[in-house]
Write a protein that binds this ligand. Structure first.
Ligand code: PMV
Length: 318
């Protein structure tokens, strides 16, 4: 029996992953590019060798569905593994578009790899984390990270690639929590619905590589206007595939729309603030650190909570 504890931070995609070319292996239909955040943390302890499989999430027993995902994931790491105990805690709202699955599976991959004695290298951990949740493969590094498509049928070359470390650029992501209710449609079924029914899905896939290429250059050049423009366009294109699916998938709430208008007004009045949203109602705004308080004060009128987060580090073993 061995126990290991790891922490990981969520990442927010600046250029989004939405759609899979292989649903079993979580191989993406599009490349993506993200920023790993600081402050928000998942902390996960894995005990390799217990009397039975048991998982606790945020202090409660995992549901059968959640436990199924966790233990199937551990069996990907080792098909002949012993029964395991998993205890995971997020210090931020789960399943509300705040990318909790990214930090969740990154922390689980690192803790399980250590507890099992396998001590996988970071790239192999990224491939493993991807099997739990696609976006998790980007949380294996801090700062700006790309997830390339890869070509291998087994997914061994579809993983995160570090682009620039957390201290490369002093930007902020201001997170406006509009609702922390659990989302109605999970990203997995919603992605499949977009791919199968949205008339915009093919355009979404066709433009993703050039969006990533442009964003990569903008990150390296610390060009906020170009990065913000590409990020906001990627968000609206992704949400267009969701809302034009059938039945449609709407993640926005009234507070979401209020935040979107507030950000556009900020820009009109000269503050560079750029918004992004994931599979949930919350709005995240990329800006310079010097503008973060102005952005946060503006969003506070429309949100239940506002957090100012910066670029964060990769996972740590405690
Ligand atoms: O990794 P998943 O299956 O939770 O999907 C994440 C999808 C988005 O958050 C909407 C976009 C992204 O690239 O993280």
């Amino acid at each position: 029996m061995a126990t290991a504890t790891a922490t990981a931070h969520p990442n927010i995609a600046l250029i989004k992953y939405w759609g899979k070319r292989d649903t079993a292996l979580n191989l993406p239909a599009v490349p993506s590019l993200s920023l790993t955040l600081d402050t928000f943390t998942t902390r996960t302890t894995v005990t390799w060798g217990a009397d039975r499989d048991a998982a606790r999430l945020d202090g409660r027993e995992a549901t059968a569905r959640e436990a199924g995902r966790v233990f199937e994931f551990l069996s990907v790491l080792d098909p002949s593994r012993p029964p395991c105990r998993v205890d995971s805690h997020n210090d931020f709202p789960t399943a509300a578009g705040l990318a909790s699955s990214s930090s969740g599976f990154a922390a689980l991959a690192v803790a399980a790899s250590h507890a099992s004695g396998q001590d996988l290298a970071t790239k192999a951990l990224s491939v493993l984390a991807r099997r739990g949740s696609g976006s998790a493969c980007r949380s294996l590094w801090g700062g700006f990270v790309e997830w390339t498509l890869g070509h291998a049928p087994d997914g061994s070359d579809s993983h995160g690639i570090p682009l620039a470390p957390a201290d490369h650029w002093d930007v902020r992501m201001v997170v406006a929590v509009v609702s922390d209710a659990k989302k109605a449609v999970g990203s997995r079924p919603a992605m499949i619905r977009s791919a199968q029914t949205s008339p915009y899905y093919s355009h979404w896939c066709a433009t993703a590589q050039s969006d990533v290429d442009g964003a990569r250059e903008a990150v390296l050049a610390r060009d906020l206007t170009t990065l913000g423009t590409l990020m906001e366009q990627s968000t609206h294109k992704m949400h267009a595939t969701m809302t034009t699916s059938w039945p449609p998938v709407f993640y926005a709430q009234p507070g979401t729309m209020a935040c979107i208008h507030a950000v556009m007004q900020l820009r009109d009045s000269g503050t560079e603030a750029w918004l992004t949203m994931d599979a949930g109602p919350n709005v995240k705004v990329l800006c310079r650190s010097a503008d973060a308080d102005t952005v946060a004060d503006t969003l506070r009128a429309h949100a239940t909570t506002v957090h100012i987060l910066g670029p964060g580090a990769g996972p740590a073993v405690l």
